[in-house]
Design a binder for this molecule. Structure first.
Ligand SMILES: [Zn+2]
Length: 217
């Protein structure tokens, strides 16, 4: 009885908070999304965690099944179309959840992900395209405990992955190259585009913003 009353009061409190405050609603939304993730975490059969005997075909079939399941759920809750004004370059490290970086803001931003956040000419074009599509802020991130950074410091891995390591060595140079592209340079000069640098704390998704003249190494 006491427990039910407590739950009722909690529910009423949450509803009141949501009605009173958009911020509370945003926070609650993010928390609910996380509740969903945590609920899903319990079911290892959906985690792509298997013994090594699983074949690529079986993995592909599983991926398709899960997509069907997820798309079915999504179909129940269609989203409105939003036009991103932020683009984020992030490492492909799976521990970084780009949907959680700024709260639950899926589709609020474009995401470009590469190992070590390297910025080859192809990614530069992707980000430039995003700017042409209305992006006003680009966040160039790196992150703690990065495997690509570790590889760049390992002589054997340097030899094994020369293209990636080459881009890692040129990371800052490539950023300067990107900023010097005419569209990007003009957009910055006209006050239409900001480029920020940040390092993500991999364990918390916290963005530590770096000043322009101190880029991540
Ligand atoms: Zn990384």
């Amino acid at each position: 009885m006491g427990c039910a009353l407590g739950a009722l009061l909690l529910a009423l409190g949450l509803i009141a908070a949501v009605v009173i405050s958009p911020r509370a609603e945003f926070t609650l939304g993010g928390a609910l999304v996380n509740v969903g993730y945590r609920l899903q975490d319990r079911f290892s059969e959906y985690n792509f965690e298997h013994d090594e005997t699983i074949t690529p075909e079986q993995v592909w079939e599983e991926l398709k099944d899960q997509n069907e399941l997820a798309a079915g759920v999504r179909g129940l809750f269609p989203r409105t179309a939003r036009h991103p004004v932020v683009a984020i370059l992030a490492c492909m490290d799976a521990r970084i959840d780009t949907s959680e970086l700024v709260g639950d803001t899926r589709r609020y931003y474009y995401i470009v992900r590469t190992a070590g956040s390297v910025l080859s000419p192809a990614e530069q074009e992707m980000l430039e395209l995003a700017v042409l599509n209305g992006v006003k802020v680009i966040v160039l991130t790196t992150h703690t405990d990065c495997a690509a950074e570790a590889a760049a410091a390992d002589p054997q891995l340097r030899e094994k992955f020369p293209a990636l390591i080459g881009l890692m060595d040129e990371r800052e140079q490539r950023i300067e190259e990107f900023k010097a592209r005419p569209v990007i340079r003009d957009a910055i000069a006209e006050g239409k585009l900001l480029i920020k640098h940040a390092r993500i704390d991999t364990s918390t998704d916290k963005l530590v913003v770096e000043t322009a003249d101190h880029q991540a190494h």
